[in-house]
Design a protein around this ligand. Structure first.
Ligand code: ZN
Length: 177
């Protein structure tokens, strides 16, 4: 059993009451989510998980921290927002009953669990801001955009440089009497 989210639980298996906490940081192995926003491949996914040995298997409880990105559902502006989601799942010991999550060879693989929790937490209608007015139906431009582009205030250091270059427009050699 291999994978970025595979955790050995040999020390916990069949020892009800035993518990271990750990944190893992893993780049998302693929793009998670198919909507307007998703967790892109390679995005850092941080998982704090508590693994508890219970009679039926290993109970995994944890928090996921990552970041999703994509576009606003109203104005299509690029957005990126932190994502936090909790999860809890029982990894059962292999038995007669089919279960979604099983302890396999003294390991648990959190990947499916983490991915599903992340995907379910992604907003279906993401917005760049709660009151995003969307696009102007006439022009197709963002309603929040002013017609005239705002000029960035000039950095004083560059302003000084501009003065310098202006003062020396005439760079022809000057002959002095
Ligand atoms: Zn927007």
């Amino acid at each position: 059993m291999t994978g970025p989210f595979v955790i050995p639980v040999r020390d916990l298996a069949h020892r009800p009451g035993e518990m271990r906490e750990l944190s893992i940081d893993v780049p998302a192995p693929e793009k998670w989510g198919e909507g307007l926003v998703s967790v892109p491949q390679g995005e850092q996914v941080s998982v704090d998980v508590r693994l508890e040995s219970v009679h039926e298997g290993i109970l995994a409880t944890g928090d996921i921290d990552s970041e999703y990105s994509g576009v606003c559902g109203r104005c299509l502006t690029d957005i990126a927002e932190p994502l936090q989601v909790e999860f809890q799942e029982l990894f059962a010991y292999p038995g007669d009953e089919e279960t979604d999550f099983e302890v396999q060879d003294d390991h648990v693989d959190l990947e499916t669990l983490v991915r599903e929790a992340v995907v379910l937490s992604l907003p279906f209608q993401p917005v760049c801001q709660p009151d995003c007015p969307g696009l102007d139906p006439a022009t197709g431009k963002r309603m929040t955009e002013s017609d005239s582009e705002q000029r960035e205030p000039l950095d004083p250091r560059w302003a000084a440089l501009q003065d310098f270059t202006t003062d020396h427009d005439d760079d022809s050699p000057r002959s002095r009497g």
